[in-house]
Ligand binder design. Structure first.
Ligand code: CA
Length: 223
């Protein structure tokens, strides 16, 4: 899952980025409203952390513009304490959730995971597919009750497919959601990783559709 963080305080921006990367997300960062607006308009994100008090263009305006352009990714806004009017404006502009500064880094992670899950139609943090169980809040995977160790990138791929299971996910879409802007995007690596994931899961739940992409089969529990 790929996240955009728009926050002008360098230290806070860095702390959020590190916390999210530590939680397995890939992260792009912006330090002012214009840069954030541009990235949100041009790159596909699974969710955005958006500070409201930003130089060059305020967060509420950024959010307005995204929603006008039908950019529907979930947005978690960061507000300063006691800025009620600002918070209300943000919701009117299309915010999905908010956090008041200062906040616990873990809370950002939990809220983002919940937002991403909701958007993909899953109300439970656990996604089951045949013998495979994926706990999206812990980032853990089991096959027939036995824990399976995936690398961070293998997990990102499986998690993305699981959030969009039953639907064909194309190669370029997958690449865009499991790498950040600065990564070297060799899409052939995806095939290698997919092979490793299949081997580790030992279950045939990922279908390859030649020339189209991959689909995680929609078995198991209802979303
Ligand atoms: Ca700020």
């Amino acid at each position: 899952m790929r996240i955009l963080v728009v926050e002008d305080e360098p230290q806070l921006n860095l702390r959020i980025e590190q916390a999210l990367e530590g939680a397995g997300f890939v992260v792009d960062v912006a330090f002012d409203g214009e840069e954030g607006l541009f990235l949100g308009e041009t790159e596909p994100y699974d969710a955005v952390v958006l500070d409201l008090g930003l130089p060059r263009l305020d967060g509420v305006s950024v959010l307005h513009r995204w929603r006008e352009q039908n950019r529907t990714m979930p947005v978690l806004v960061l507000t300063a304490r006691g800025r009620w009017a600002e918070k209300a404006q943000a919701f009117d502009a299309g915010a999905d959730d908010y956090l008041t500064k200062p906040f616990e880094m873990d809370e950002v992670i939990y809220r983002l995971r919940a937002l991403i899950r909701r958007v993909s139609g899953h109300s439970s943090p656990e996604i089951t597919c045949g013998p495979v169980r994926i706990d999206t809040s812990q980032g853990r995977v089991w096959v027939d009750g036995t824990a399976v160790t995936l690398t961070a990138q293998e997990y990102r791929i499986l998690s993305y497919l699981a959030h969009h299971r039953g639907r064909v996910v194309g190669r370029s879409e997958l690449v865009e959601h499991v790498y950040d802007r600065d990564d070297d995007r060799d899409s052939n690596v995806i095939d290698v990783l997919m092979g490793r994931i299949r081997k580790k899961l030992k279950a045939d739940i990922i279908t390859t559709l030649r020339g189209q992409g991959w689909r995680l089969e929609a078995g198991g529990n209802a979303p």
